[in-house]
Ligand binder design. Structure first.
Ligand code: FAD
Length: 288
């Protein structure tokens, strides 16, 4: 199918994009990599009256150290750049992003799709949305009133719903703390598809025991879901398969996943237990 008719404009700077969004009204949308928006327009799931193309705005493609130990990613940075991250300083704390990038769609999607676009799109099983929730990311948005910073925990409101206003543009996503022992595992029936269920975890290990943990599931709720019950199972536990399986079982017990063409709620619960266990094993492996 083809999209409904729309006006097309280009923005040359962030302020220009925001001005145009304000002028065009709430039915206008930004166009970044187009890898989610264009298919949705072709299926007529969305019918924006106008698109403001931000792909040509300079200086929004970067992965750089942030505030000493953190990482900041420009909104227009393609997924592929994350996959190709080489800087040892960044990899030390954020290799989970590089490892997770291979799960994001196919190669052409990773070449065109952008980090900020994925966060703005707000799919609850998107890898960047899950890792933003897991690692306490900060989303930097610019609107007519200037810049504001929204914590990931306040950013995702529901399926494709976020804290962004219609006239705001994400310019940067910041990960304030390194996460050397983090992992993301997921399952999809076909390579390149969104995960049916994905699990992202961090572990803080001290002398063979888990000091603290964080567990986020994708594909089981309308936002990336933090599962504190599974985290509590891990806190103080001996690191190993027994605790990881127990955490997985606990996660499966407390979630209330949907049933759809991809799988029943029961199937998603079982898959959650396995994905949590696998992600924890990977994170523990990284912890040596
Ligand atoms: C076949 C297929 C498989 C895919 N599989 C996966 C997958 O497994 N995992 C995954 O995470 N993604 C997947 N994707 C989606 C892909 O990652 C997209 O690139 C991403 O979701 C959106 O980024 P984009 O730059 O293409 O944004 P666009 O498609 O251009 O825009 C998406 C939405 O975000 C808004 N937007 C874009 N940029 C900004 C900004 N800077 N500020 C404010 N709003 C903005 C747009 O207005 C629009 O509403 C898949 C896509 C396809 C077609």
């Amino acid at each position: 199918m083809k999209p409904a008719a729309f006006e097309y404009r280009r923005a040359t700077a962030v302020e220009d994009a925001v001005d145009q969004l304000t002028e065009l009204g709430d039915e206008a949308k930004l166009l970044a990599g187009g890898q989610s928006l264009v298919p949705m327009m072709n299926f007529r799931l969305v019918r924006p009256s106008a698109l403001v193309d931000v792909a040509g705005i300079p200086d929004l493609q970067y992965l750089e150290p942030h505030d000493g130990r953190g990482l900041k990613i420009g909104a227009l940075t393609p997924h592929r750049w994350v996959e190709e991250m080489e800087d040892p300083e960044l990899l030390e704390g954020f290799s989970v992003l590089k490892r997770a990038a291979r799960w994001v769609g196919h190669y052409p999607i990773r070449t065109l799709g952008t980090f900020g676009g994925s966060i703005a799109h707000g799919d609850p099983s998107a890898e960047w949305c899950m890792l933003a929730a897991l690692l306490n990311a900060e989303v930097v948005a610019v609107g007519p009133g200037g810049e504001r910073v929204v914590l990931a925990s306040d950013f995702f409101h529901g399926f494709f719903m976020t804290a962004l206003e219609p006239d705001e543009m994400i310019v940067e996503v910041r990960f304030p703390q390194p996460a050397p022992n983090a992992a993301l595992q997921e399952f999809a029936r076909r390579a390149g598809d969104y995960a049916i269920v994905a699990a992202a975890v961090t572990l803080d290990i001290d002398d063979g025991k888990c000091r603290s943990a964080r567990v986020v599931l994708g594909g089981v709720a309308d936002i990336p879901l933090r599962v504190s019950e599974a985290e509590q199972v891990l806190e103080g536990a001996e690191v190993g398969r027994e605790a990881f399986e127990e955490a997985g079982r606990e996660a499966a017990k407390v979630i209330d996943p949907p049933s759809d063409v991809q799988g029943t709620a029961e199937y998603r619960r079982d898959l959650s237990a396995v994905m949590v266990r696998r992600a924890l094993e990977e994170a523990a492996g990284d912890a040596g």
